[in-house]
Design a protein around this ligand. Structure first.
Ligand SMILES: [Zn+2]
Ligand SMILES: [Zn+2]
Length: 276
C-alpha cells in the first residue's frame, strides 16, 4: 500500500470521534508522509455536525501546533471540508474539499443527503414527488456548480447519494439516465484541475463494500485526463486506512498508474500506485 496519506480527516471539533492529536499520532505510526485535517466548516444549522464558529480559531491553532510537532517526519496540513452552506472563509487554510451534504427546502430548512436513509426518503417523497432520479439530478447539479464556482482543489465524495441508495433503491444506478447524469455533471470538472476524491469512508462505516465514485466514473475521469486522490473521510482513527488497498487495486485495474496526495514538501505530489 503506497498511499500513506489522507487529506480528508475529521476530528472532535466536528462530528469525528478522535481528537486531532490522536489522529496525527495514528497517521505517524502508520508511516504517513502527510495528513490533512478537514473538519466540517462552520455553518448556521446542524451544529453537532460542524466546527462551532467560536471554535474555529482553536481548531486552526491546534492543527498548526501539530504541524510544528511533526515537522520533518510527517507534514500536517490545515484543511476544511466546505459545502454550499459553510459560513467561514477559506483564509488561513492550506486547502479545502468541496462537498454537498444538504438539499435546501422551500421552508428554509435543509435535508441531509447522507444522514439516515429515512431522512433522504422523506426528502424524495415531499420535495421530489417520489422521484429518486430528480433528487440525484439536484444533487449532482449542485455539486458541479459548487466545484466550478469555488475553484475547489478536491471534489468530495462525488456520488454520495449512493450510500443511502444502496438501502433505499430510489433510482437505478445502472440506468442510462443515471449514468448520463453523473457523467455529464462530472465532465466539466475534469477541465478545472480539481482532484476527484476516491472516498472509502462508507466502507469504514459499513455502508458500502466499494469506494465511491463508481468504476464507470473513474474510467471516464481517466480518459478526460483527470487526477485522483484516495481518502478515507476518517471519523475514527481506527479506520484511517480502511479501504485503501481496495481503492488502490481498483485504480490499478482501471489503468491508473499514479494518484495524487498531500506532499511532504509541496502541497500536492504525484506518487506511483503499487498495489499489495
Ligand atoms: Zn462530506
Ligand atoms: Zn468528510
Amino acid at each position: 500500500m503506497s498511499i500513506l496519506s489522507c487529506a480528508h480527516v475529521h476530528t472532535t471539533y466536528c462530528d469525528g470521534k478522535t481528537p486531532a492529536k490522536d489522529m496525527a499520532k495514528r497517521a505517524d505510526e502508520l508511516g504517513f508522509v502527510s495528513l490533512g485535517f478537514t473538519s466540517h466548516a462552520p455553518q448556521t444549522f446542524d451544529p453537532g455536525y460542524c466546527i462551532p464558529p467560536e471554535q474555529e480559531e482553536a481548531y486552526k491553532a491546534e492543527i498548526r501546533a501539530l504541524r510544528a510537532e511533526y515537522a520533518g517526519r510527517m507534514t500536517v496540513y490545515l484543511g476544511v471540508e466546505r459545502d454550499l452552506y459553510s459560513c467561514c472563509s477559506t483564509e488561513g487554510y492550506d486547502f479545502f474539499i468541496a462537498s454537498v451534504h444538504y438539499f435546501p427546502r422551500p421552508d428554509g430548512h435543509h435535508s441531509p443527503v447522507d444522514a439516515t436513509p429515512e431522512k433522504l426518503r422523506q426528502y424524495v417523497e415531499t420535495e421530489c414527488g417520489g422521484d429518486g432520479l430528480k433528487m440525484a439530478k439536484q444533487y449532482f447539479t449542485m455539486l458541479r456548480d459548487y466545484v466550478l464556482s469555488s475553484h475547489a482543489p478536491i471534489i468530495g465524495h462525488y456520488d454520495l447519494p449512493q450510500k443511502n441508495n444502496a438501502v433505499l433503491h430510489l433510482y437505478d444506478e445502472e440506468s442510462p439516465a443515471y449514468q448520463k447524469l453523473t457523467l455529464d455533471c462530472l465532465r466539466p470538472l475534469a477541465d478545472t484541475g480539481a482532484l476527484l476524491e476516491v472516498n472509502t469512508g462508507a466502507m469504514a462505516r459499513g455502508y458500502l463494500s466499494t469506494p465511491y465514485p463508481s468504476p464507470t466514473l473513474l474510467k471516464a475521469w481517466k480518459e478526460w485526463g483527470g487526477e485522483v486522490i484516495v481518502n478515507s473521510d476518517c471519523h475514527d482513527a481506527r479506520y484511517l486506512t480502511t479501504g485503501f488497498e481496495e481503492a488502490e487495486a481498483l485504480l490499478l485495474s482501471l489503468g491508473y498508474d499514479h494518484a495524487v496526495r498531500l506532499g511532504r514538501d509541496t502541497l500536492w505530489e504525484r506518487f506511483a500506485l503499487a498495489g499489495r
